[in-house]
Design a protein around this ligand. Structure first.
Ligand code: CS2
Length: 495
């Protein structure tokens, strides 16, 4: 079968959407760091819609690690398809917004040169939580990280996201030009402000004047991004090829829902993303908190408990009546009361739409995929909510079961004794701690709670947190996830 590319675009069946603009006229106004499936189903789709009116916002997609995306898409002239599906067939569209693809480690100096180009007005990121080189519990830059140390000394060839951004800004400043706006699009609380703090800290370590210039001149709007985009499978590739009549080496599959909330604070202008449903607001923080705690907190809980129950996908996990009820109760009774700033928003409607999205049978979103990088995710998905509940003197039984399920999961053995492929930057340390502690719940809980990058200094010393986690973990070992859920449903407080 022929491959999707500029040359074959005209062969697409009429029902497949495609660029309504002249791709040859595009210029690069955005450099995106972290060109994974999420960006390609989210920001790139919003941007694609407006390129007919404003061709200056083409996107250079950068991978900070693997060449896979570039290798898949470069032979397709950067074209790829997005399939939107919720079970009743799929709506498909070919996106042409990528003006190029780059693999940073192959030529880091080239990346810096592209960032220095005055035509680039926005540098956006989806580099995942661990891409921020920070301590997830405190938000501080990990100054002893080997790659950060490398970048401080060799800024013209950066390894890290923070190093690349500062390197590009340093060059812009040296040339007397205006800085680009940095647009963080990762699932972190106050992502723009968090990234700003890390960039300024790094810049100060390198050159205090540069740090001051960045603090004064560079904008870092925060955003809330939302669209569920599971990893693409070979079965997806086959169904996409059948529908397109062309091979697409890396299509992306997603759901109908999409949301983007952004602070309108751009130094050199921005695309008219609002024409395509993006909300521009003064303060994103309450939206981001709502999304992280309700959606991502539920996702992680579903992932750990669902995986332990042998459920492969989120939709499979949602077909467990007990787990589904636990998630509904956790969101309504334990999480929603912490979202004080959103009390005028239709939180009940938002929760109902999340449950429906999690049930989408067409998305094969693996529990194992969401379970990845728990050490980086837990703080903002579950632990922040727990801290606030404790401060209010409120119970946390369901949230504690989610934390205990993570502990059970990172031991690396499932309920049948089979190995679990735990992917996490701290995986080796977590496994070693679990190995030393053994499966006795209180010892294991204590050992894992000592990882201060995750739990901070406060939670491990608060019996109102430690006790319910230990009890839930004990039940997970003794009776398994299904029984632990049933017990929580029967006994958890209903306030
Ligand atoms: C998921 C998110 O993989 C994960 O950890 O919770 O990627 C989730 O699908 C997105 O945040 C949805 O917007």
């Amino acid at each position: 079968m022929p491959r999707l590319s500029n040359a074959t675009l005209a062969q697409l069946p009429a029902a497949i959407g495609r660029p309504n603009y002249d791709r040859a006229a595009l210029t690069t106004g955005i450099v995106h760091l972290g060109i994974g499936a999420f960006h390609r189903a989210h920001q790139a789709v919003y941007t694609d819609g407006l390129l007919a009116d404003d061709p200056r916002w083409g996107i250079l997609g950068v991978s900070l690690r693997s060449p896979d995306t570039r290798d898949a898409l470069a032979p397709q002239n950067g074209l790829y398809s997005v399939s939107v599906t919720d079970g009743d067939g799929a709506r498909r569209q070919v996106i042409g917004a990528l003006t190029g693809l780059m693999v940073a480690p192959e030529n880091p100096a080239d990346l810096v040169a592209r960032l220095a180009d005055p035509a680039v007005r926005i540098v956006s990121t989806t580099v995942t939580e661990k891409g921020y080189s920070h301590d997830p519990a405190t938000g501080a830059l990990r100054e002893d990280d080997a790659d950060i140390r490398h970048d401080l000394l060799n800024l013209e060839r950066p390894h890290t996201t923070i190093g690349a951004i500062v390197s590009g800004l340093e060059r812009r400043r040296a040339a007397g030009g205006a800085p680009f706006t940095v647009l963080a699009c990762d699932n972190l609380p106050d992502n723009g402000h968090t990234l700003r703090g890390l960039v300024i800290r790094f810049a100060e370590l390198r050159d205090p004047d540069l740090g001051k210039w960045i603090a004064d001149e560079v904008r870092f709007p925060s955003t809330m991004v939302d669209r569920i985009v599971p990893a693409t499978t070979d079965a997806d590739r086959a169904s996409v090829a059948a529908a397109l009549g062309l091979d697409d080496a890396w299509p992306v599959m997603t759901e109908p829902f999409t949301q983007w909330v952004i602070e309108d604070d751009f130094g050199l202008g921005r695309p008219a993303w609002d024409r395509f449903g993006t909300q521009f607001v003064h303060d994103v923080a309450p939206y981001e908190l709502m999304k992280l705690r309700l959606l991502n907190g539920s996702h992680s809980t579903l992932a750990y408990l669902g995986y332990l129950m042998g459920r492969e996908t989120v939709a499979d996990a949602m077909s467990e009546p007990g787990l589904c009820r636990l998630i509904e109760e956790m969101m309504r009774l334990e999480v929603s009361p912490t979202l004080a700033a959103m009390q005028n928003f239709d939180l009940a409607g938002y929760r109902a739409s999340l449950l429906a999205r999690f049930r989408n049978p067409a998305l094969r979103h693996r529990t194992w995929q969401i379970a990845m990088d728990g050490s980086q995710k837990l703080p903002q998905r579950l632990l922040g909510t727990i801290r606030e509940r404790l401060a209010q003197g409120a119970p946390i039984d369901r949230l504690a079961l989610g934390v205990a399920a993570w502990m059970r999961y990172v031991t690396g053995r499932d309920e049948k004794g089979q190995p679990i492929d735990v992917r996490d930057p701290l995986a080796a340390r977590l496994r070693a701690l679990a190995g030393e502690a053994g499966p006795a719940a209180p010892r294991l809980a204590r050992a894992l709670l000592s990882v201060s990058e995750i739990f901070g200094a406060d939670l491990p010393n608060d019996p109102r947190f430690v006790t319910p986690v230990e009890v839930a973990l004990d039940r997970l070992f003794a009776h398994g996830a299904r029984a632990a859920i049933d017990h929580a449903l029967a006994t958890a407080a209903t306030r």
